[in-house]
Design a protein around this ligand. Structure first.
Ligand SMILES: C[S@@+](CC[C@H](N)C(=O)[O-])C[C@H]1O[C@@H](n2cnc3c(N)ncnc32)[C@H](O)[C@@H]1O
Length: 353
């Protein structure tokens, strides 16, 4: 049980953020609460080697037995006890199983089972019947082995300002954990993005933000370090029949070198950087934030849209960017309820000379 209600917890987070960013932005921030239950579309559990119960680490890094998990999506919630019964009663399924990863969309579930043993034909046959019985997709993983029974992705739809966008959610790539908040982040960006020129996006993942934002711009160039996410982003582009976006697998550090003409990249052979008319940049970096050279590149753009899962690195980066830009808007998205973590957004505009 928590000391404070969900509302109170969010209010306390808001208060802390307002204090932390007081010297940078004095306006009101847009605040987007999460659903209070069933908000997580992905969840990972360990399996007790003797009990075969679901285990999760608490804030002090002790493993806790999980009977019911109210924060996971209703589809995962319904599957958990059925699957646990199967694990307890099925030797092929439970033998050296140590971890489970659930990923769900509105209609489908992908379950990854991770083992300390080699997966054989017997396991495959058994899992095929289990996936039919439970109506889920199953992947098996163990050291240097990945067994996909039918597919390693599920179909998802997001609704942004009344428009539906379709995505393949691919196993083992970055996926925003809270669908409701993800839709709020994207709508906030779509509503606040300029409707002109071209967009450069760094850290684009599977095109989660890119795809709905594409219609605000003439053309979009989006880059990302993960090969799997870029392959997935290209499929998502086709799925939504979007023609004005190019995805390229590049780290932000590499892309900065390319933009500064310090290095040529074969991966950019089909992209004429000089032909783009970039006036807006969108970044959604990992927790560490943005490296110094990339910050320099970003500071040259007229408009900056920054989504961050770490207020600490966001503040550091905004302190640098506030030399050249003013902060026009900020938002708080409660992507991770009942934890200390929070997602934030900032919209910046270059200062006149
Ligand atoms: C917070 S996620 C955001 C992804 C995407 N915007 C979304 O909404 O799903 C950060 C992404 O940055 C990528 N990444 C991590 N380090 C990177 C780097 N140095 N250069 C480019 N991308 C990086 C990760 O692979 C991940 O996809």
């Amino acid at each position: 049980m928590f000391e404070h209600s969900y509302e109170e917890q969010l209010r306390l987070k808001e208060e802390e953020i307002n204090q932390d960013f007081d010297d940078l932005f004095s306006g009101d921030k847009d605040v987007f609460p999460s659903l209070e239950e069933n908000f997580r579309i992905r969840a990972e559990f360990k399996i007790g080697s003797l009990s075969q119960n679901y285990l999760m680490m608490d804030f002090d890094k002790n493993f806790l037995d999980i009977d019911v998990c109210h924060i996971v999506d209703k589809k995962i919630l319904a599957l958990m006890p059925l699957l646990n019964l199967e694990i307890k009663n099925n030797d092929i399924l439970k033998n050296k199983l140590f971890r489970l990863e659930f990923l769900t969309s509105r209609d489908e579930i992908l379950l990854t089972l991770i083992y300390h043993r080699k997966l054989d034909k017997e396991w495959e046959d058994e899992m095929k019947s289990l996936s039919e019985k439970l109506n889920i997709y199953i992947i098996g993983r163990s050291r240097k082995q990945k067994v996909i029974l039918s597919r390693d992705y599920i179909n998802e739809s997001l609704f942004i300002n009344g428009n539906e966008y379709k995505y393949f959610l691919q196993e083992n790539t970055f996926i925003q954990p809270n669908r409701h908040i993800n839709e709020k982040i994207i709508s906030w960006l779509v509503d606040n993005a300029p409707n002109k020129d071209d967009l450069l996006e760094l850290y684009c993942g599977h095109g989660n933000l890119t795809i709905p934002l594409a219609k605000n711009f003439n053309r979009v160039l989006a880059t990302e370090i993960s090969k799997g996410s870029i392959a997935n982003a290209k499929k998502n582009l086709e799925l939504n029949n979007i023609k004005n976006v190019s995805f390229v697998k590049m780290s932000s550090e590499e892309f900065t070198q390319a933009m500064n003409k310090q290095r040529e990249f074969f991966r950019l052979k089909d992209v004429s950087l000089d032909e783009y008319n970039f006036s807006t940049i969108l970044i959604d970096p990992p927790r560490a934030g943005v490296d110094e050279k990339t910050i320099k590149l970003i500071s040259k753009f007229e408009n900056i849209m920054y989504i961050s899962c770490s207020p600490k690195s966001l503040k550091r980066d905004l302190l640098s960017l506030s030399k050249t830009h003013s902060i026009k808007k900020m938002a708080i998205f409660d992507q991770f309820p009942y934890t200390k973590h929070i997602e934030m957004g900032a919209i910046l505009k270059i200062k006149p000379d």
